[in-house]
Design a protein around this ligand. Structure first.
Ligand code: GTP
Length: 307
C-alpha cells in the first residue's frame, strides 16, 4: 500500500499568525468564449489571476489546485457571462470553507473587433486590450472592466505654430494688391506653401469602469465605441487614400492636448448610466519629446476611484 502523500496546506500550521488579503495564482493561461452584447461569443486567450483571502491565521496555506480547477471549468462554457464568473467566485470561497471569505478573479485578454474603414467599403480587425476584475465579498459582487483605446492626437499648439509659418510664407510669396486665385490655389497644394505640419502621436486612453453587479451581460463594445466616438480619431485598420484623407481631416478638426482628451472622456463616461464609477488615464506618446504627456481623471465620488 503506497504511503499517503503529505498535505502541507492541511496538516502544517503557519509559524507566523497573520491573515492575508489575497493569495492565489497569476498569469494562468486559459482560453474562454467571452460573451459581449450584440456579438456571438468570442474565443479569447486570457491570462487569469485567481485569489481568495486567508482569514485563518494558523492555516499554512490555501489550496491552489481548487482555484485552478474551478477556473478551468469556465473554459468548457459555451459563453462566459457575469453570472458564470460569479459562480466561479462562489466556488473559490466554498472550496476554502473556514479559511477564506472573499474571492477575486481577474481576466486580461484582447477582444478582436472588425472595424469599418472611415470612407471606403473596407474593414479590418483590431484587438482591444480588456481586463475584467471581479470580487466577491460577503455576497457582494464588484465588477470592474478595463478597456484601452488607441487613437491619434494632434497637438493644437504645434498646429497653431505651423499655421503661423504658413501665414508668414503667404505674406512673403504674395502681393496683397495683386492676388491671383489660381496662383494661390496652386501654392496651397505645394509643400512650399503648406511648409509646416503639426506633430501627432499615437495615444492610448486607459479606462477602468465600475459596472452594476447585477448586469446580465458584458457590453465591452459600448464602452469602446463611446471612447472612440468621443475622441474621434481612433487608429484605423484597412486604409485606402480616401480613408487617410478623412483621417487627416478628423485629426485637423480634433486637435487635442492630453487634457482635452481626458476632459472629453470624463464628460462622456459621466453621462453613462451603466458606468457607476470610472478612472481614466490618457497617455500621449509624444513625437515632440521622448517623454509622454499624461492626464488622469476619475468620476470624483467620495469613496470611489482615486486618481
Ligand atoms: N498554498 C500554496 N501552495 C503552493 C504554493 N506553491 C506551490 N503550491 C502547490 O500547489 C499544490 C496544490 O495544492 P492543493 O490545492 O492543496 O493540492 P491538494 O492537496 O492535492 O488538493 P486538495 O486535496 O484539494 O487540498 C500543492 O502541491 C502545493 O505545494 C504556495 O506558495 N502556496
Amino acid at each position: 500500500m503506497p504511503h499517503p502523500m503529505p498535505d502541507i496546506a492541511n496538516t502544517s500550521a503557519s509559524s507566523v499568525h497573520h491573515t492575508l488579503d489575497w493569495v492565489g495564482m497569476s498569469a494562468i493561461e486559459i482560453p474562454l468564449k467571452i460573451a459581449t452584447k450584440g456579438m456571438a461569443a468570442t474565443v479569447i486567450n486570457a491570462k487569469a489571476q485567481a485569489f481568495v483571502n486567508l482569514i485563518d491565521t494558523h492555516a499554512k496555506g490555501i489550496h491552489m489546485s481548487r482555484l485552478f480547477l474551478a477556473l478551468d471549468r469556465l473554459s468548457n462554457e459555451a459563453s462566459v457571462t457575469p453570472a458564470q464568473l460569479k459562480t466561479t467566485l462562489d466556488a473559490f470561497i466554498s472550496s476554502h470553507d473556514d479559511i477564506s471569505d472573499r474571492a477575486r478573479l481577474s481576466l486580461s485578454f484582447e477582444l478582436p473587433l472588425r472595424r469599418s474603414a472611415l470612407l471606403s467599403d473596407n474593414s479590418g480587425w483590431k484587438f482591444y486590450p480588456i481586463t475584467l476584475d471581479m470580487q466577491l465579498n460577503q455576497g457582494q459582487l464588484r465588477v470592474e472592466a478595463g478597456v484601452e483605446v488607441t487613437y491619434s492626437s494632434t497637438c493644437p499648439c504645434s498646429a497653431a505654430l505651423a499655421r503661423q509659418l504658413i501665414q508668414e510664407n503667404f505674406k512673403r510669396d504674395f502681393d496683397a494688391e495683386n492676388l491671383n486665385f489660381e496662383q494661390v490655389l496652386k501654392w496651397l497644394g505645394t509643400t512650399e506653401g503648406i511648409s509646416a505640419t503639426p506633430h501627432s502621436q499615437r495615444s492610448v486612453a486607459q479606462t477602468k469602469v465600475l459596472l452594476d453587479a447585477q448586469l446580465g451581460e458584458f457590453d465591452f463594445v459600448a464602452i469602446i465605441d463611446e471612447i472612440e466616438q468621443t475622441l474621434k480619431t481612433p487608429v484605423q485598420t484597412a486604409v485606402k487614400r480616401e480613408d487617410e484623407q478623412e483621417f487627416a481631416r478628423l485629426n485637423g478638426a480634433n486637435l487635442m492636448f492630453c487634457e482635452d482628451a481626458a476632459r472629453k472622456v470624463k464628460a462622456a463616461l459621466d453621462e453613462r448610466a451603466d458606468v457607476l464609477d470610472f478612472w481614466v488615464r490618457i497617455n500621449h506618446y509624444e513625437s515632440l519629446h521622448a517623454h509622454d504627456a499624461v492626464a488622469i481623471t476619475t468620476k470624483g465620488l467620495p469613496q470611489g476611484y482615486q486618481p
